[in-house]
Write a protein that binds this ligand. Structure first.
Ligand code: CTP
Ligand code: MG
Length: 188
């Protein structure tokens, strides 16, 4: 029972990083971030990375994190705010997770273009982990003690392992669903 709670809490803490990736699909469609520019004959990022997707996705991730903190506060967890810690640090952590997530996604696209892969082409591992890696690097850099106590120390490591195992499955399921709904071009 305890193990399930730890596993779920890892997932809960990463929600502000998961949400931007899906939300970007809903907000996309505007101007590409690289403004159609190329570098060494290949697009810098490609048409799949837009300003509206980036800003909409980050905002959605932050909004979800704020709702999570408000739920924590409404349950009387003022100092722990249900895992993100007390304000204002908790807010910083949520921002780092959401921004880091989509910076990881942009880095993934940059790498794909350098490898000569077209927008939307499959890139195993990179496609599934770019955003989680970006979010984790952001909190490791800016909130290392929160990262250690929430994802490394003692039993919390199980939460991190759960996130790493569940992410590709969740990523694939959400994309298949988004594809069926006509929101996403490819089912991956
Ligand atoms: N999207 C966006 N802006 C972002 C990220 C995503 O507009 N910063 C939208 C785009 O419409 C994109 C869709 O979300 O096509 C799916 O995102 P993703 O699978 O990450 O992009 P791909 O189209 O697969 O492009 P790439 O090959 O560069 O990963
Ligand atoms: Mg893709």
């Amino acid at each position: 029972m305890d193990a399930i709670i730890v596993a779920l809490s890892g997932f809960w803490l990463m929600l502000p990083a998961f949400v931007p990736n899906s939300a970007a699909v809903l907000f996309g469609g505007g101007k590409p971030i690289d403004l159609n520019r190329s570098w060494r004959g290949k697009r810098i990022l490609g048409d799949g990375k837009t300003w509206t997707g980036l800003i909409g996705g980050i905002s959605a991730g932050i909004a979800v994190g704020v709702i999570q903190m408000m739920l924590g506060a409404s349950m009387g967890d003022k100092n722990g705010l249900w895992g993100f810690g007390s304000l204002p640090t908790a807010f910083g952590i949520v921002i780092a997770l959401a921004v880091g997530s989509l910076l990881g996604d942009l880095t993934g696209a940059f790498i794909k273009r350098r490898l000569g892969l077209q927008r939307g082409a499959k890139a195993p591992v990179l496609d599934q982990y770019n955003f989680i890696a970006g979010a984790l690097i952001a909190v490791i850099l800016f909130f290392p003690s929160w990262f250690m106590s929430s994802f490394v120390d003692g039993a919390s490591l199980l939460g991190l392992l759960t996130v790493l195992i569940v992410t590709p499955i969740l990523h694939r399921s959400v994309n298949i669903y988004g594809h069926r709904l006509g929101l996403k071009k490819e089912p991956w």
